[in-house]
Design a binder for this molecule. Sequence first.
Ligand code: SF4
Ligand code: SF4
Length: 135
Amino acid sequence: MNRDAIAASVQEVYNWIDAEVANNTAACDACGKCCNFQAYDHRLYVTSPEMIHFTANVTDPKPMTKGYCPYLHEGKCTVHPFRFAGCRIFLCNGDSDLQSSLSEQALQKLKNICEKFDIEYYYTDLKTALNKNQS
Ligand code: SF4
Ligand code: SF4
């Protein structure tokens, strides 16, 4: 598996998302509340190429043992440059139609990466993905 090339392709998708989100008039104040999935009643789904990008950049893989993202520390994301598509797109006070459209387009781009590099595609909740990553 060409991990670096896959990670670079995922980064291009993230750059595209960031540019699209920059056009959004609403803003995230990075309070970290939505990263506490249980308390916020929120779920984050990630894809297989994103996990390859993540593990290529974050060298301390952590399992998710509680109801919040293990990379949330004192209300802040400790892996902000490497956060997932869902983290980049979700905005609590943003336009939900725009977010759905961005999610759909981002997922198609991530699927295309799987096809290009002939890797398994999965789309699963963060807890499953992080804990699978430990095994
Ligand atoms: S999207 Fe909303 S809840 Fe999530 S970190 Fe930003 S301001 Fe906080
Ligand atoms: S990776 Fe960062 S932004 Fe995404 S859920 Fe975890 S703490 Fe929040």
